[in-house]
Design a protein around this ligand. Structure first.
Ligand code: PSV
Ligand code: MN
Length: 431
């Protein structure tokens, strides 16, 4: 961490001092309860302290919807200001040490300098995201017909070149993952040939894959629909794994929680992808209807827990290796993005902590004996445990805030930035 913390350290220390007795009390009580269940709270706390999830640079602003954007005074409008806000999140919660950039949104002239700027704020970078789902001013060819799967060769070439440029930027930022999400698809039956569009995607994606340096991965992110509403080229995990298998070992699948039809069993998708060594990353958010990009765990915390139950299972039984790129991918329309990401980091780490509490021997024994109720109870016991003292201890132990949102509010950060920063525009768009 740089010597100048974004939020004054004494604010965090003063608030922590007022909360630490109660936290110790709750932690000790939970420790006794877990001890009776054969669980060492210190071991769980140190695993939680080692957990991290990246934050998206674009999530630091108020994203808006397709219809409107309502900026707040003091929100960041460029990558430098976004990094500052991400540093606040990391300072207070201590589990978001990396920022995932998106290009060309985060374009600068000197990426080595950007890496140093982030490092001075206590941050590193995570997976680079390419953007071939929007046209940029002055761009030679339009993505109106798709990008990697477009019928037009010059469009595919441009999309390939952009992804290769992202790899080059990522190398300068110290990153080793490229996440590729394309909005390619159709709005009318018959608009494009469903087989040939996938052929074109695979051909173009192979050219990007061929440019991956050693140690790099290409994370293929699927999404059911939007912006295309009849068919999407990489619509589901089936298409994603088929493409990843076709491309090769460096290609993995990335699961974004919101990119599935309602009620789809996403934890099973996680288990399947892991089974075939293809689970590369995860985008956390929550939804009620579609790709709502709501805050993680705000609608369905139980689903988040069940997903983590599979992720912990994968962590403990890595088969061909398990190195997931975890990232928050949300759009904050009605909250301060810093508060939303603090709250989401807590929800995500909480689901992880609960999944660590599952007695896996008990679960396996019940499963093998076909004792459905006891298998379910093994999960339920873990899920209903209040793990907030573990999360707060892990945070405070790493120098963070016991109550991050309270510390953030006490810091007056946003009001200060409102005086210093330019106002954000109101142009709407999907983020
Ligand atoms: C697409 O909906 C997505 O989930 C992809 O990860 C994009 O990169 C991101 O949102 C921002 O648009
Ligand atoms: Mn995503």
């Amino acid at each position: 961490m740089a010597t100048d913390s974004p939020v004054a350290r004494d604010i965090v220390e003063r608030l922590n001092a007022g909360l630490s007795d109660a936290l110790d009390d709750d932690f000790d009580s939970l420790g006794r309860q877990l001890h009776r269940r054969g669980i060492d709270i210190e071991a769980v706390t140190s695993k939680v302290a080692g957990f991290s999830v990246a934050v998206p640079s674009w999530g630091a602003g108020r994203g808006g919807t397709r219809f409107a954007k309502f900026p707040i005074p003091g929100e960041p409008t460029n990558i430098h200001e976004k990094l500052e806000d991400c540093a606040v999140i990391q300072q207070l919660c201590r589990m978001t040490p990396r920022v995932s950039p998106h290009f060309p949104w985060d374009r600068v002239s000197d990426y080595r300098a950007l890496r140093e700027e982030a490092a001075a704020l206590g941050l590193g970078f995570d997976a680079v995201n390419s953007n071939t789902f929007q046209d940029q001013p002055g761009q030679a060819a339009s993505y109106a017909t798709g990008s990697l799967s477009s019928t037009r060769a010059e469009v595919r070439e441009q999309a390939i070149a952009h992804n290769i440029e992202c790899i080059g930027i990522g190398a300068q930022l110290g990153v080793t993952d490229l996440t590729v999400w394309v909005g390619d698809g159709t709005n009318f039956p018959g608009q494009q040939d469903l087989g040939r569009s996938l052929d074109r995607y695979i051909d173009a994606a192979s050219a990007v894959y061929a440019a991956l340096p050693d140690g790099w991965r290409m994370l293929i992110e699927h999404k059911l629909y939007e912006p295309a509403f009849y068919s999407t080229v990489i619509s589901d995990w089936g298409s994603s794994i088929l493409v990843a298998q076709e491309l090769g070992d460096k290609a993995k699948c990335l699961v974004d929680l919101g990119h599935h039809a309602p009620n789809v069993n996403i934890e099973q998708i996680v288990a399947r992808l892991h089974r075939f060594g293809k689970l590369g990353g995860f985008h956390f958010n929550d939804s009620k209807y579609g790709d709502d990009d709501l805050d993680s765990g705000s609608i369905n915390p139980h689903q988040l827990f069940l997903v983590f139950n599979e992720l912990v299972e994968a962590e403990m039984n890595p088969r061909g290796g398990f190195r997931p790129a975890y990232m928050i991918d949300q759009s904050h329309n009605v909250t301060d993005p810093i508060e939303s990401m603090l709250s989401s980091a807590e929800a995500i780490a909480g689901a992880y902590a609960k999944a660590l509490l599952v007695d896996r021997e008990e679960l396996l024994a019940a499963q093998e004996a076909n004792d459905t109720m006891m298998a379910f109870q093994a999960l339920r016991k873990a899920y209903r445990t209040d793990v907030t003292p573990i999360l707060a201890k892990a945070r405070a132990g790493a120098g963070g805030a016991i109550d991050p949102i309270a510390a953030y509010r006490a810091s007056g950060w946003r009001a200060r930035k409102a005086r210093e920063r330019q106002a954000a525009g109101t142009a709407a768009g999907i983020v």
